[in-house]
Design a protein around this ligand. Structure first.
Ligand SMILES: *Cc1c(COP(=O)(O)O)cnc(C)c1O
Length: 374
């Protein structure tokens, strides 16, 4: 699915030297690499504040802790997403309110968000799933009209540009910098991945930035003075050193993903049993995943066939959140979210990374078509 070894080999001398420097300096925590990475990511995203932390799940949790929400307050997110989004809501004793997604883009459905709002609703967490932005124009309108916070889950879409619908050449904002807070992950397989765990928060709001920086560091205002109940969530210097090098290449990395996606599109577009990923008119796609819908053929049989040819296709996600044992809830019976319940049986994600070459793409394409046309 991802080829992290080839990607490393292409930048090995630079990465090895940077990591050795951190070891030589023994500046493992809060060293200069972390501060430099923070500043470079702020400039790349054109956002006022980046707060590095230990992983993407912590980033989401710290964001929610910074908003002073009360137990029972409702937070709306998609039922078709990775579990972390709902997990932190539940951990903080807030109430996750799940909504359905758009059947073609897989992104959270703004109309469903509107319908789910109650007097207890305090925040919306749109997930920029698979690499393109949710409909932030409508989501920000809904948030403004109802006085709600917006936390963008940007774990799969770092670098994606958000713009006026149909105006890809016009002004843009980067994913994660549109709402009150953006939260991202540097898990190795993400578009900007480190060599372990890592994450970050983004915001243009000075107060929220201070608060989140404090919360990530035991709620500490100055050493041994604790103003908030916090957590211990840091990005370490070795990861920051790796991320600085990869951030300089992120644009090229995302371009490589787009080239691979174009090859898949050309091969699969118009096939009667496949729907290629639909692009939104308001966002660039950074293809964290290239996800097809399989129509009228057995998706699991396709995955097994590909596995037999050593092609590691994956199902993101096989079970909707409202069908997960931990998140079952009387509010949601089977059939509550028909789009997601259909998608979990249709979607398949093909290998997608920065090192896919022509030969590999041909091999994958050939076997997908072989299965469908047999
Ligand atoms: C990866 C991911 C996360 C969590 O990131 P971690 O660094 O693994 O904690 C959260 N949300 C989404 C949508 C993700 O893909």
């Amino acid at each position: 699915m991802v080829d992290l070894i080839s990607q490393y080999n292409a930048i090995k001398p630079e990465v090895d030297a940077a990591m050795q420097q951190v070891v030589n300096d023994a500046a493992f925590i809060n060293g200069p690499e972390v501060k430099a990475f923070q500043a470079e990511l702020e400039s790349y995203l054109r956002v006022k504040h980046v707060i590095p932390c230990a992983n993407g799940t912590d980033a989401l949790q710290i964001a929610m802790m910074a908003l002073d929400l009360q137990p029972g307050d409702e937070v709306i997110t998609a039922t078709f997403t990775y579990v972390a989004t709902a997990e932190v809501i539940a951990l903080l004793k807030l109430t996750p309110v799940l909504v359905d997604v758009d059947p073609n883009t897989f992104l959270i459905d703004p109309t469903a968000i509107e319908k789910a709002i109650t007097p207890r609703t305090k925040a919306i967490v749109p997930v920029h799933l698979f690499g393109q932005c949710a409909d932030m124009h409508r989501i920000m309108e809904i948030a403004k009209a109802n006085n709600l916070f917006v936390i963008e889950d940007t774990a799969q879409a770092i670098g994606s540009k958000f713009y006026e619908p149909g105006h890809a050449d016009g002004p843009w904002q980067k994913a994660g910098t549109i709402g009150d807070i953006g939260a991202t992950s540097f898990f190795p397989s993400k578009n900007l991945g480190c060599f372990g765990d890592g994450g970050a928060l983004f915001t243009n709001n000075d107060q929220l930035a201070d608060r989140m920086r404090r919360i990530a560091n035991h709620g500490q205002s100055k050493q041994y003075y604790h103003d908030d109940i916090g957590v211990n969530s840091r990005l370490d210097s070795l990861q920051a050193a790796v991320l600085r090098i990869k951030l300089r290449r992120l644009k090229d990395y995302n371009q490589s993903r787009r080239i691979a996606a174009a090859a898949y599109d050309a091969a699969f577009g118009g096939h009667p049993n496949l729907e290629i990923p639909q692009r939104t008119p308001w966002s660039s796609h950074v293809f964290h995943q290239y996800t097809l819908k399989v129509i009228g053929k057995d998706r699991n049989a396709l995955r097994d066939f590909l596995a037999s040819k050593d092609i590691p296709a994956m199902i993101y996600y096989p079970v909707a959140l409202h069908m997960q044992t931990a998140y079952k809830d009387d509010r949601y019976s089977k059939g509550a979210f028909p789009v997601t319940e259909e998608l979990v049986d249709q979607v398949i994600s093909l290998p997608m990374h920065t090192e896919l070459d022509h030969e590999q793409l041909e091999y994958i394409i050939k076997h997908v078509l072989e299965f469908l046309n047999q």
